[in-house]
Design a protein around this ligand. Structure first.
Ligand code: 1CP
Length: 346
């Protein structure tokens, strides 16, 4: 294996708990509205169209790698892309997020959602292959949405603060809930599999809204389905990152669902996340994205503290606690990458 093999990159090594030349760093939502070059190529192109056009996906995915020198690319797509691919009528509305035309409420609604096959997403395979060729030794992270977070969009019909219809279905009709999540786990698992088989070097399952759940509800209604999605790629020897927001109480259960890396938001220190997960997993995180708006001195101090806190983990991948905010100054991100590399080398 040569040093230009992405399987030997700092990101993959950290995910596996192996020694690294420096702490790897990438940012959730590193591609996107914070970059003028992104706004330029997206002009007049709807989000879902962009996600299904291999040349655009490749260009947008590469933009933050060129600009910031991050240690990984994240595939430019969205968690709802595989749902649209199987025929669910939805759109990504600018300034809102995913909006579903006919929310799921009954067994008949669920029965209209087919399983995902690679034939639904030939463009995803093509995009990943193009990217892997362009990226050389830089690893590509593939991703999917976890069943709970996807179910929330499908049941609520769009973004939701309280997930009340979702929780009502979960508790009111557990049979339908479990059938819906089993279908979504198949779709997510297959979407991850397609990306890994086309050459992605790591995978992230986004359960962004799982922090809205109690541990008891998570374990009973959600974890088995996330475990099924992660289990669909268990044989592929590609490290799996499991991330959610506000999931301090769920970290051990999220690791146990079948991940090598647990994503941590900014609400607890990494050392605390390591303690809560018994040191069994590498950790990813956890700079508050709002701190990128603070003056450099306190920001640099926060970066250094996170590096220090991450030393207690078997492996640490530096990231934000959630996605880059659209009005972030991209030069600050570049500076954070340099700081992480400089302070963690040797
Ligand atoms: O037109 C646009 O530019 C729309 C903005 C946008 C972008 C750039 C959306 C709509 N999605 C994306 C890309 C995207 N989505 C990526 C790209 C790769 C990268 O990180 O650089 C990823 C990983 C996602 C995944 C995603 N979509 C998640 C999980 C990550 C997270 O932020 O927690 C979620 C929850 C979504 C749904 C979604 N899509 C878009 C928006 C605005 C939202 C959130 C809406 C809400 O608040 O519920």
């Amino acid at each position: 294996m040569t040093s230009t093999d992405p399987r030997d990159s700092a990101l993959v090594r950290a995910a596996r708990g192996l020694p690294v030349p420096h702490t790897p760093v990438w940012f959730m939502r590193q591609a996107g509205r914070s970059l003028p070059e992104y706004r330029k190529v997206r002009e007049g192109v709807p989000m879902l169209t962009a996600c299904r056009t291999p040349e655009l996906v490749t260009e947008i995915t590469l933009q933050p790698v060129r600009r910031h020198g991050v240690d990984a690319a994240i595939f430019f797509s969205d968690i709802v892309v595989p749902l649209a691919a199987v025929g669910i009528d939805l759109d990504i509305v600018p300034g809102v997020g995913p909006v579903v035309a006919s929310p799921v409420a009954t067994r008949a609604d669920l029965d209209r959602i087919p399983e995902l096959t690679p034939e639904h997403v030939p463009d995803i395979t093509e995009s990943v292959r193009m990217l892997v060729r362009e990226l050389g030794g830089t690893p590509l992270i593939g991703f999917a949405g976890a069943p709970f977070t996807l179910a929330s969009y499908l049941v609520e019909g769009g973004p939701s603060r309280n997930h009340e219809k979702t929780k009502a279905l979960m508790h009111g009709d557990p049979e339908l809930w479990n059938a819906l999540c089993a279908r979504l786990a198949q779709i997510s698992g297959e979407f991850l599999r397609v990306q890994a088989q086309a050459g992605a070097s790591a995978l992230q399952l986004f359960d962004s809204w799982a922090g809205a759940l109690s541990l008891a509800d998570y374990e009973r209604f959600v974890q088995p389905h996330s475990a099924a999605a992660l289990g669909a790629v268990a044989d592929l020897d590609v490290p799996r990152i499991h991330f959610g927001v506000g999931t301090g109480e769920l970290l051990a259960a999220m690791g146990a669902a079948g991940a090598e890396v647990v994503g941590v938001d900014f609400r607890i220190p990494l050392s605390e996340a390591v303690a809560r997960t018994g040191g069994r997993y590498a950790v990813q995180g956890n700079l508050d994205p709002a701190l990128l708006f603070a003056p450099w001195e306190p920001l640099a101090r926060a970066v250094d503290e996170i590096l220090e806190s991450g030393r207690s983990a078997p492996g640490h991948i530096f990231n934000l606690g959630h996605g880059v905010l659209p009005s972030t100054d991209p030069d600050v991100l570049t500076r954070v990458v340099a700081r992480v590399h400089e302070r963690s080398a040797g």
